[in-house]
Design a protein around this ligand. Structure first.
Ligand SMILES: [Zn+2]
Ligand SMILES: [Zn+2]
Length: 216
């Protein structure tokens, strides 16, 4: 049976409701003018046919890359499980990954991108596997930080499902670091977030990492 979450009940569920950004066409054209001015000053020939529309494309791409702020109402529907604290209630992990994600670092507005692995141990509610991808994108497609994306995914899943545990592993490359660096091999930044049973039981964390194929 499906159940509709009440967005007024919890801050993280609130963030999933629809919040269209109120940006008019007139504002967008003004922003295109600003970035055109910057690109021109920095050296771009904005009169070339290939770049004439670049400021416009850039603003639209930035808007699209940050549409996590607009919420995702499809995340508000969850499903009931059979779990009523029976003996096998806390035994099974649901794991999804790798889920590719792209974010913009809030310090430089340059991309960091990589893969997310999300696991949970259901109690009374589950969500469809595709929803885990939506949940990752909801928090990734913003001006943010890797650590925050991981924490928000974990907190969001807890708020939605009240599961027995949540595990989130992210590995990402940060262009703001790479573009200024001298290393040929780009390092991955890895972050983990554990909630509930994962926090308490190292064996569950090991099982999650092994299931994701992650060696550390
Ligand atoms: Zn940065
Ligand atoms: Zn349970």
């Amino acid at each position: 049976m499906s159940l509709h979450l009440d967005p007024t009940e919890d801050d993280f569920v609130t963030t999933m409701a629809l919040h269209p950004r109120d940006i008019s066409e007139e504002q967008l054209r003004k922003f295109e003018g600003y970035v055109g001015e910057i690109f021109r000053a920095f050296g771009m020939d904005v009169t070339d046919p290939g770049t004439a529309l670049t400021p416009r494309r850039y603003i639209r791409a930035l808007l699209d890359a940050t549409d996590g702020y607009e919420g995702d109402p499809k995340l508000l529907t969850v499903f009931e499980t059979e779990c009523r604290e029976g003996p096998d209630c806390r035994s099974s992990q649901v794991i999804e990954g790798p889920i590719p994600f792209f974010s913009l670092c809030e310090h430089h507005v340059l991309p960091f991108h990589g893969r997310a692995y999300v696991g949970y141990i259901p109690h009374e509610h589950i969500i469809g596997l595709s929803k885990l991808t939506r949940l990752v994108r909801l928090f990734a497609k913003r001006f943010t930080l890797q650590e925050r994306v991981g924490r928000e995914i974990a907190d969001g899943l807890e708020a939605m499902l009240q599961p027995h545990g949540v595990a989130v592993y992210l590995e990402a490359q940060h262009l703001c670091v790479q573009m200024r660096g001298v290393r040929e091999e780009a390092p991955y930044t890895k972050t983990t977030h554990w909630r509930g049973l994962y926090d308490a039981e190292p064996a569950l964390r090991a099982e999650f990492m092994a299931a994701c194929g992650i060696r550390r």
